[in-house]
Design a protein around this ligand. Structure first.
Ligand code: DGL
Length: 278
């Protein structure tokens, strides 16, 4: 089936998932929506993030996607079940795949989880990890400043290093050997996080794990694209495309060609948005 895969995030973070999708599923087209006008989601209420998640999903469906990847842990934590119940296409989130990988990898039976305030407060990772193995100890903390640092592209900046040391210090006493990057923005800061936590701790990129789930669903449901067709990647943002392109390209390691601005409005913007190529 040659329809595209839809992916959304609050901003640039979901590109960490697109990167894995594009390298594992070369025949699949992708429509990405980064809600750059409303980022961050992680400090917003459950009700607001749920509304955004529904709007973003409807926007992607308008573009004919065959499967939706919620490339945002915050939206996955608060809205995944409702999205899966409400739409006919498969909807894949970040939490379960990340939790499964963490349980598989930990030897000390002690896993750390970092994410946005909303994700950590939802306890979704703890629930998912304990559903896999109740004996695994979890230690979690929100790291909200990582999101603007990633959006700013400060991937090897002394300020990001200092923030990472401050946030991750408390994990040292928890004896963890696996740390889940429970926010799709965080892999952008992977090197800094690894240095701050120490080389002995394995980092789990939930987005990378979720791509394995996407691959399985496409196969099982007969949704895979037939090879040899046109493959495209279209990127939509709700604000400031210049910055998204600059940082996104650096991160994806390839040019972002099809970038379109979808302006917000006071009615659900996806319904009457005038799209503008930029
Ligand atoms: N990248 C998102 C996540 O995985 C959200 C970051 C934010 O908007 O706060 O949670």
């Amino acid at each position: 089936m040659n329809s595209p895969i839809g992916v959304f995030d609050s901003g640039i973070g979901g590109l960490t998932v697109v990167k894995h999708l594009a390298s594992h599923l070369r025949d699949e087209s992708i429509v990405y929506f980064g809600d750059t006008a409303r980022v961050p989601y992680g400090s917003k209420s459950e009700e607001t993030v749920k509304r955004f998640a529904f709007e973003n999903t409807k926007f992607l469906l308008k573009h004919g996607v065959k499967l939706v990847v919620v490339a945002c842990n915050t939206a996955s934590a608060v809205a995944l079940d409702d999205l899966q119940r409400s739409f006919d296409v498969p909807v894949v989130g970040m939490i379960e795949p990340g939790a499964r990988a963490a349980v598989r990898l930990t030897r000390r039976r002690s896993v750390g989880v970092i994410g946005t305030l909303a994700t950590i407060e939802s306890s979704s990772y703890e629930r998912a990890i304990h559903a896999e193995d109740a004996s695994v100890k979890t230690t979690s903390r929100p790291c909200p400043l990582f999101v603007p640092l990633a959006e700013e592209g400060w991937v090897s900046h002394p300020v990001s290093e200092a923030v990472a040391r401050e946030y991750l210090d408390e994990f040292k006493t928890a004896n963890i050997d696996v740390l889940v990057l429970g926010c799709t923005h965080y892999p952008v800061l992977r090197n800094i996080i690894q240095r701050a936590i120490g080389e002995h701790v394995r980092l789990v990129d939930s987005g990378e794990e979720a791509v394995k789930e996407v691959t399985g669903i496409l196969k099982r449901e007969g949704l895979e694209a037939a090879g040899g067709g046109e493959v495209y990647r279209h990127f939509y943002v709700s604000d400031i495309p210049r910055k998204f392109r600059e940082i996104g390209e650096r991160f994806l390691g390839r040019p972002i060609d099809g970038l379109t601005l979808v302006p917000q409005s006071d009615v659900p913007w996806y319904e009457r948005a005038e799209e503008r190529r930029c």
